[in-house]
Design a binder for this molecule. Structure first.
Ligand code: NAD
Length: 458
């Protein structure tokens, strides 16, 4: 990405390093105009019958479903995502919309027994919601915010990341094509310091959904405090993949690369620390090496590709800084030669548990493997992080699986698997990985205020 003085962003294809498009940056005045339109649109939207809002979201889902190929192609060129994964992402947006299309007719309050009358609660929409999205999964993460927010009766203004705005912009157009009212869902590309910051400071924006780095998330949370504005934060991670000696070691080793190298490691859920019980450490490394070398790294448009390039030159430099010439590299996978921001899958065996490659989120295809002594040590090591987003536990002992799952301070764990995100289950982080939960059955109610009304019968 190159920021020109003209207020536009030049987009670069990460697989070639070539510029291919420019996108206008929204000014602060334009953000204010958009929020004013959203305020008007939200009132009309909330006044619609719940079934009409449900139908509108189903129509939006249907249109997205007819454009899966188009959206996937945009993500391939803008973000370097392998086409097979980009297709999944576009289909996921359709599915998320369909799932939350059921919510408008199920925003059910309570009737609470009290003396002298009837007491009921209403789940009132907040108004305008600001959704701020990172560059790693541009359309899926956007949908986790806008779909439940719209379902709950809100309007949405959405800011995509500067490097990867194209799929979000297209989704904004498809919403209109599907018949969503003008102003209800607006996509505003531009700078975080301008557009994102204005969402935080504007009094008519009643909630911020921020996904991105922990550093910027803290600034957003501090900004929201000024107006006691609601905020959901989905931030960084340094998740552990814990492999016990009694596990199916072959399966654990064969799947471990895909739990960290998917999307070139640019995944907040990446299991970027593999913790292996000491007695099977050497055997695990023997099994891991061919699995890592077998990851197909190549052109994002090729259906056989499993891993593409890093998103940008700046990010390539940041990831490279974690792997200097004297780094403890055990082995590496392959990468294409030539232009583009290619980084081979890399396995490190750091000597210390406090090495930055063990403690810091690298957000690239780099994994640290560490031995542990016993169950207590595994839990302590998994928890020795400021983050707590996801993780995996490999063991054949069901009791141990449950003990460790309860012991690890993390929002999303999977046993004998590396479950990815499901729209029907809650997602979010412990500690500095975030605040609040997205997805799952309760997400729409996170975009409401509970109002209690007592009606006297006297
Ligand atoms: P980032 O924090 O740099 O940017 C995220 C978004 O915030 C972008 O749209 C950016 O323009 C905007 N922004 C920047 N400054 C802002 C400000 N002052 N006010 C308001 N908005 C501002 O993050 P990134 O580099 O785009 O994404 C990578 C990070 O996102 C990683 O740390 C990753 O772990 C995290 N992430 C977390 C999840 C999750 O669900 N927990 C998912 C994906 C990514």
């Amino acid at each position: 990405m190159v920021e020109a003085l003209t207020g536009s962003t030049t987009l670069i294809d990460p697989s070639t390093g070539q510029a291919f498009d420019t996108v206008h940056q929204t000014s602060r005045e334009q953000v204010d105009d958009a929020i004013a339109r959203a305020v008007v649109a939200q009132r009309a939207w909330a006044a619609l019958a719940p079934a009409a809002r449900a139908q509108a979201l189903r129509d939006f889902a249907t249109v997205v479903g007819t454009r899966v190929e188009e959206l996937a192609a945009l993500e391939v060129v803008n973000s370097g995502h392998p086409i097979s994964q980009a297709r999944w992402e576009a289909g996921h947006v359709r599915d998320v919309l369909n799932y939350y299309a059921a919510a408008p007719e199920r925003m059910i309050g309570k009737q609470i027994p009290v003396a002298g009358g009837l007491d009921v609660t209403f789940l009132e929409p907040l108004g305008v919601v600001g959704v701020i999205v990172p560059w790693n999964f541009p359309m899926t993460i956007a949908s986790w915010g806008f779909a439940p927010a719209l379902a709950a009766g809100n309007a949405v203004v959405l800011k995509p990341a500067e490097w990867t705005p194209l799929t979000a912009i297209r989704l904004g157009e498809l919403a209109l094509e599907a018949g969503l009212p003008d102003g209800l869902f607006q996509v505003l590309p531009g700078k975080g310091s301008v557009v994102g910051n204005r969402f935080v400071t504007h009094e008519q924006v009643r909630k911020i959904v921020f996904t991105g780095s922990t550093e910027v998330g803290k600034q957003v949370m501090a900004g929201c405090a000024d107006q006691v504005k609601a905020v959901t934060l989905e931030l960084g991670g340094k998740s552990a993949n814990v492999v016990f000696a009694d596990s199916d070691l072959e399966k654990a080793a064969a799947t471990a690369p895909y739990a960290v190298f998917e999307n070139a490691g640019q995944d907040c859920c990446a299991r970027s620390r593999i913790l292996v019980e000491r007695s099977v450490y050497d055997r695990f490394m023997e099994l891991l090496e061919p699995a890592v070398k077998g990851v197909v790294v190549g052109a994002p448009g090729d259906p056989a590709t499993e891993m593409g390039p890093l998103v940008s030159k700046a990010h390539f430099d940041a990831v490279s800084a974690f792997v200097p010439d004297d780094a403890a590299v055990a082995f590496r996978g392959s990468k294409p030669d030539g232009p583009g921001y290619w980084f081979a899958p890399t396995v490190l065996t750091p000597a210390s548990r406090t090495d930055p490659v063990v403690t810091e989120e690298i957000f690239g295809p780099v994994v640290a493997v560490l031995p542990f002594d016993d169950e207590a040590d595994a839990i302590a090591l998994a928890n020795s992080s400021i983050y707590g987003l996801s993780g995996s536990i490999w063991t054949r002992d069901v009791s141990r699986a449950i003990r460790v799952a309860r012991g690890v301070e993390s929002g999303n764990l999977s046993v004998n698997s590396h479950s990815s995100v499901r729209y029907s289950t809650p997602f979010g982080g412990f500690k500095q990985s975030g605040l609040g939960r997205e997805l799952g059955p309760d997400a729409a109610s996170a975009f409401t205020e509970t109002k209690n009304v007592f009606i006297s019968t006297d």
